[in-house]
Design a protein around this ligand. Structure first.
Ligand code: FCB
Length: 460
């Protein structure tokens, strides 16, 4: 390996956030209620009852946050739009103040030389649409297209990077099948219909984005971690097939023209996911719409998941061959996620060569560690720094192998509201004091900014 890893000239060195996790100001200037407002305000749903009511107060502090990005030398910033700021009731009346907010943000970023990347849906559905069935209702896909149209008509002249959805698998399975996320539903049939309507809304929105933002790139972001069977036993192999299939192939396959994978369709059927007939929610033309070509695939990668089937028979019960890294914080983040940079390399190869994604962005990658300021006032988050360096090294290797990787967005610019975990998990390159809203760039952020400026770094 060379002593300095040089990245392509136009590589986007960025950081990412999401509206509900950082903005706060949940009722400001005409904003409507979202399902995450409702969920977090429901006792028992989030750790400590934490909510995004204030979060990082980014809604008011965005000029400072742009200055912070500029001081780091970031070239790009991925953020999401709160649907409820634009259309407080989900569809119909437009709230100009909401559009103005994002328009100012985009102008501020461009003036600072930072490329804005917009995610349209990072999980905060208008509650008014949830009251009509949410994503289980096919009509919500039509509402999403109206929303995408309103936003891209206003911002499409300046925003050149559009992401329709963030992690539809998490929305479908965690939001509707195990209830850990908003709207907190536990029903596999609902979750399956939701997954289809999310994908459909993506496909339907693509031509709208192209029309309103003609020289932009548009795509979707999936969460793709690395799933591996603990042993070569038939039971473990089958379990790994199932887990990877429902989290990854169920989404990638239809997006790349292969329709839903037959094995996972059968698994879901056995779980009762299709009470009205197998895949009854698929209508003529849907598969073509979902497979509308995109300019890129966004990949969120965090960790490896080693799976061990509960259903092993005695004959099948081979000892594990995959041994996870030692259970310490150097190898596992505070989320309990195993650090495994080779999985990023393998994932990038998979989507580039198996699905032939024309271009790839790593739209999220990062690690949760609680490190706060030391006596010297600095945040010495050596483990996060190592994590980011190792994963960027894996990304560099993938580029050498021919993967069309065009950018990396660290998760996250700021410590923020980590969904059901509340404020307990800190993923930021920047430490946030939630009492005072003070920001302190961590060592990992300083290191990353240096790499962004230099267009590369020396590997460990
Ligand atoms: C991803 C989400 C992001 C953040 C990270 C840690 O699944 O897209 O909002 O919560 O995990």
């Amino acid at each position: 390996m060379p002593s300095f890893l040089t990245f392509p000239e136009h590589f986007l060195w960025g950081a990412a956030t999401a509206a509900y996790q950082i903005e706060g100001a949940w009722q400001a200037d005409g904003k409507g209620e979202s399902i995450w407002d409702r969920f977090a305000h429901t006792p028992g749903k989030t750790r400590n009852g934490d909510t995004g009511d204030v979060a990082c107060d980014h809604y008011h502090r965005w000029p400072d946050d742009i200055r912070l990005m500029q001081s780091l030398g970031l070239r790009a910033y991925r953020f999401s739009i709160a649907w409820t700021r634009i259309l407080p009731q989900g569809r119909g009346a437009i709230n100009q103040a909401g559009l103005d907010f994002y328009s100012r943000l985009v102008d501020g970023l461009l003036a600072a030389g930072i490329e804005p990347g917009v995610t349209l849906y990072h999980w905060d559905l208008p509650q008014a649409l949830q009251d009509q069935g949410g994503w289980a209702n096919r009509d919500t896909a039509a509402a999403f297209v109206e929303y995408a149209d309103v936003v891209s008509r206003r911002l499409g002249d300046r925003v050149k990077l559009w992401i329709t959805h963030n992690e539809p698998a998490v929305v479908a399975w965690l939001g509707h099948s195990n209830g850990e996320h908003a709207p907190g539903i536990n029903d596999v049939a609902t979750a399956a219909a939701v997954s289809h309507h999310l994908l459909l809304s993506h496909g339907w929105a693509m031509p709208v984005l192209r029309q309103n933002s003609p020289d932009a790139q548009a795509g979707i972001t999936l969460n793709i971690n690395w799933t591996a069977p603990a042993s070569r036993s038939a039971a473990d192999l089958d379990f790994a097939r199932n887990v990877d299939g429902r989290w990854v192939r169920w989404f990638l396959d239809p997006l790349y023209g292969r329709q839903y994978p037959a094995d996972i369709t059968a698994d879901l059927e056995a779980e009762g996911a299709f009470p009205h007939g197998v895949l009854s929610f698929v209508q003529p033309g849907d598969y073509v719409a979902i497979a509308t070509p995109t300019d890129f695939l966004g990949v969120n990668y965090y960790n490896r998941v080693i799976v061990r089937s509960q259903a092993v028979t005695e004959a099948d019960n081979l000892p594990p061959t995959l041994i996870p890294a030692p259970r310490d914080l150097d190898h596992w983040s505070e989320m309990g996620w195993e650090t495994y940079p080779d999985g990023l390399f393998a994932t990038l190869a998979r989507v580039a060569f198996e699905y032939q994604a024309p271009r790839i962005y790593i739209t999220e990658n990062g690690a949760s560690y609680a490190d706060g300021p030391d006596a010297d006032g600095r945040v010495h988050d050596a483990r996060r720094l190592a994590y980011v360096r190792q994963h960027l090294t894996a990304a560099w290797r993938a580029i050498q192998m021919g993967v069309p990787l065009a950018g990396y967005f660290a998760w996250s610019l700021l410590d923020n509201f980590e969904w059901a975990h509340g404020y307990a998990q800190r993923f930021g390159l920047t430490w946030v004091n939630y009492e005072t809203q003070e920001r302190i760039v961590k060592d990992s952020g300083l290191w990353y900014g240096q790499a962004a400026r230099a267009g590369g770094f020396a590997p460990a």
